[in-house]
Design a protein around this ligand. Sequence first.
Ligand code: WA2
Length: 270
Amino acid sequence: LRGESLDRAEERLISMCEERARMLQEQFGVTVNHVHALAILISTFHYEKQPSAIDQETFAKYTGRTSFERPLLNGVAYAQRLFHHEREMFESQQGWTMITMKERMPAPRQDEYAPVVFSQDTLKYLAKIDMMSGEPDRENILRARTTGKAVLTNPFRLLGSTHLGVVLTFAVYRPDLPDDASVEQRVEATIGYLGGGLDVESLVENLLSKLAGNQDIVVNVYDVTNASEAMVLYGPPSLDDHVPLLHVSMLDFGDPFRKHEMRCRYREKP
Ligand code: WA2
């Protein structure tokens, strides 16, 4: 290869990678904003109104009809915060028993639970599950309510899917929570959790497949929160060390606790 064409190949790789990173981040941002708005909707119409203006049927209908606003999410579900002393009353009112995520058995005694009470039809299988019984979801719940921000899990295999993904969670607060609330006030005012799965494998594939030049390059998305052990979120396991041309684009998904990046290379020598 002459130096000139190698330069041009590198320039093209950079521009394709930056374009893809920008698009993914943009779609992610739009998705997060809509889940945030849904969290406020629940706070307003489920807790401020007596009786509640939301039940499973309204939630499923509304979230199904607005799913186009959350292009990277496989659905949304709402888990209610529940203390142990409220459990008996809750289960008899609902007419069902909370179950664990893995074994789908009655949830063992805990101080606190997060049973899914509303779910979009695409996440029906989450109904009745105590989301605190799954480790990634539990960590998200605890971090979401102290920060008040959108939080993400490590990559893992989502329920009902064979794909790798991450879970996005927002805390839902009582409507009276002030904007400048302290961490303690946030935790105290937490009434539930709203979130869903970002099926990165299929949704990123779908996003990238629409872009020109897609056959020429290989794209990976990594969680690089822990720099020494980057976790693949999307794309084939790659051998970055042996690639002559590699471009890394930064991704900002808004969770200050996590770092993500996109790595692009040519499928074959340019
Ligand atoms: N959503 C979709 N698939 C999943 C999942 C999840 N969590 N967990 C495992 N597979 C109800 O944090 C509250 C959604 C989590 C919210």
